[in-house]
Design a protein around this ligand. Structure first.
Ligand code: NAD
Length: 269
């Protein structure tokens, strides 16, 4: 537990928190004092393991199942969270998937599945969180803001990605959704931002790092010379959710080891 927890007394919901980035974001928020809901849709045992790890390390957490692309399940999850923790202060829209294929082979089902989870899921969860933020308003002892939303985007909200048109479209969509929501909600003291991870070592991109050849190819895209870890994103999320970031609104914090610096131009062009 952080000796001077920045999120004390606050409650946070992290979607897709039983794996990869979401797992370390939920852990980091809990170690900064927040009571955390660990959302999952499959593998309840992984969600339970995280709850135990948080509790063993002095934090507070509970697991709740919901498919973020299902309106009724999302609404039920927020009701359960508010019944248990009283309210929500922080939402991290993390859940996301890839269904990659060349464009001419991409099925409508795979296009829609990625958009439904990665983009519509973030809309559905944010809407429920915002309803509660507006109902409750600012509680100055807890935070300067009535609520904080962090959308997990990607460097692919900027960098086009051949063979991943559905995924890149979902992340580009998150960028404009996040900015529009931030503009709309700022006067009501709600902060909405994104984190744009570069290459982070998680199950979603295993084939990009699980052999030395693949990892070496990947590293040519990362000026800082290492693959990112989920805890790199956890630390950024805890700061962004805290009042230390109170004047940060409507922006994407890229945590990417310099992937967006066009590394190909360092030796060419
Ligand atoms: P991951 O596969 O380890 O985790 C994804 C999580 O989302 C899992 O817990 C999964 O169960 C959950 N999920 C999937 N569908 C869901 C649904 N319908 N409802 C609720 N949960 C659902 O992958 P990750 O790398 O940790 O990805 C987390 C987020 O980070 C995603 O939004 C991803 O696009 C983004 N991201 C990852 C990287 C990277 O390099 N790993 C880079 C940029 C962005």
């Amino acid at each position: 537990m952080n000796p001077t927890p920045r999120l004390k007394g606050q409650s946070a919901l992290v979607t897709g928190a039983n794996s990869g980035i979401g797992l370390e974001v939920a852990y980091a928020l809990a170690m900064d004092g927040a009571s955390v809901v660990v959302n999952y849709v499959t593998h309840p045992e992984a969600a339970d393991d995280l709850v135990k790890r948080i509790e063993n390390d002095g934090g507070k957490a509970m697991a709740l199942k919901a498919d973020v692309s299902n309106e009724a399940e999302v609404q039920a999850m927020f009701q359960q969270m508010c019944a248990a923790y009283g309210t929500i202060d922080i939402l991290v829209n993390n859940a996301g998937i890839q269904k990659d294929s060349p464009l001419e082979q991409m099925s409508l089902a795979d296009w829609q599945l990625v958009l439904n989870i990665n983009l519509t899921g973030q809309f559905l969860c944010t809407r429920e969180a915002v309803r509660e933020f507006l109902r409750r308003g600012v509680v100055p002892e807890r935070s300067c803001a009535a609520g904080k939303v962090i959308c997990m985007s990607s460097v692919h909200e900027v960098i086009p990605w051949a063979g991943h048109a559905n995924y890149a479209a979902s992340k580009g969509g998150i960028n404009m959704m996040m900015k529009s929501m931030a503009q709309e909600l700022a006067p009501r003291k709600i902060r909405v931002n994104s984190i744009g991870p570069g290459a982070i070592q998680t199950p979603i991109n295993r084939e990009a790092w699980d052999t030395p050849e693949a990892l070496n190819r990947l590293l040519t895209l990362i000026p800082y010379g290492r693959i990112g870890q989920p805890s790199d994103i956890g630390k950024a999320a805890a700061w962004l959710a805290s009042d230390e970031a109170d004047y940060v609104n409507g922006t994407t914090l890229f945590v990417d080891g310099g992937m967006l610096l066009y590394p190909g131009f360092s030796t060419n062009g």
